[in-house]
Design a protein around this ligand. Structure first.
Ligand SMILES: Cc1cc2nc3c(=O)[nH]c(=O)nc-3n(C[C@H](O)[C@H](O)[C@H](O)COP(=O)(O)O)c2cc1C
Length: 304
């Protein structure tokens, strides 16, 4: 990638629709909308709501389905002026296997990200919180896209922000995903949340609950990146993409210091489509101010 800044899955259209409002050649990569085997209408409205420190969404994986994606979107992928990461989602192991395999076969799709952590659909998130299920899904996707040593494309596992209240830690999940064939960890997807209209005394979102993103989740994700980096990824040599609440350059820089090699941005774009471009420039300035040649040299540079 020419830059460590990535446009997060589902926040930048299906493929390259943001090219009308930003220069994608300055961005490291764009992640597609998560694609499922069949087309999906998604949840009933309201699907997005602002909250005090971010936003809630319950899109419900609305997407054109893999067949329409391959016909109508994939042919444009090779001409997108940054890396393209295809996002695969599903409700059973064979869904992920099928979508990952089809996406990987597309020219111009450089890597596959497995969305095993969508909190807004029934049956979707379970894969990301159980080491056994995660192993099965990642191994099946790896098999479908081919082994790295045989030319198979890089595989990213996007994990949920598992913080407390479960016997399985984020480090266990990270290790399971990598052991099963993931090359990169994306930390993290949204965290389940809710908003209530107190006048009507009903949920704001049509789905009742949704995924929280934006500034509120940044400190939570920062800690998870630090945990995964220090307890597993550093020694294993596995890159982390930090994602959650990056609004300004110093949010991104904090992810890097904690252990991220790249940073994703989603919610910030809803506030201002110029944010990703600005982040790229300001991160470059930070790298210079730290007296190093690239962001890589600052990954995991937290001083104790
Ligand atoms: C409107 C919206 C749609 C999203 N759709 C997807 C999706 O299709 N697949 C996915 O993996 N994540 C999806 N996400 C999660 C984002 O990729 C990202 O993980 C999350 O928003 C946290 O980053 P942020 O705080 O910078 O927005 C979506 C988020 C939002 C706000």
């Amino acid at each position: 990638m020419t830059s460590p800044v990535i446009l997060a899955a589902g926040t930048a259209g299906v493929l390259d629709e943001t090219s009308g409002v930003m220069d994608l050649s300055r961005i490291g990569a764009v992640v597609t909308k998560s694609i499922t085997p069949e087309p999906r209408e998604g949840n009933s409205p309201l699907r997005v709501a602002p909250v005090r420190a971010g936003m809630l969404n319950a899109i419900g994986l609305a997407n054109p389905g893999i067949e329409a994606f391959v016909q109508a979107f994939a042919p444009k992928a090779a001409s997108v002026p940054c890396r393209v990461i295809g996002s695969a989602a599903g409700f059973c192991v064979s869904d992920y296997e099928q979508v990952a395999g089809r996406l990987a076969a597309c020219d111009g799709i450089d890597a596959i990200e497995l969305n095993v952590s969508c909190p807004n659909v029934c049956g979707g998130p379970e894969f990301g919180v159980d080491c056994g299920a995660l192993t099965e899904v990642v191994a099946a996707a790896r098999q479908a896209i081919g082994r790295r040593e045989d030319g198979g494309k890089p595989l990213l596992a996007k994990l949920p922000p598992v913080s407390i209240g479960t016997p399985t830690t984020i480090v266990d999940l990270a290790r399971a995903a990598v052991d099963a064939g993931a090359d990169v960890l994306t930390l993290c997807n949204t965290t389940p949340g809710m908003a209530i209209d107190v006048q009507t005394r009903s949920p704001v979102l049509g789905n009742g609950t949704g995924g929280l993103s934006g500034p509120a989740v940044h400190p939570i994700v920062l800690r998870l990146i630090h945990l995964v980096y220090t307890q597993f990824a550093r020694e294993a040599g596995v890159p982390i993409i930090g994602l959650g609440g990056v609004m300004r350059w110093d949010d991104a820089a904090a992810f890097v210091v904690a252990g991220a090699s790249a940073v994703g941005v989603g919610t910030a774009m809803f506030a201002d489509t110029r944010r990703p471009g600005r982040l790229v420039r300001e991160l470059d300035r930070w790298v210079v101010s730290q007296g190093v040649a690239s962001v890589d040299e600052l990954t995991g540079s937290l001083q104790s």
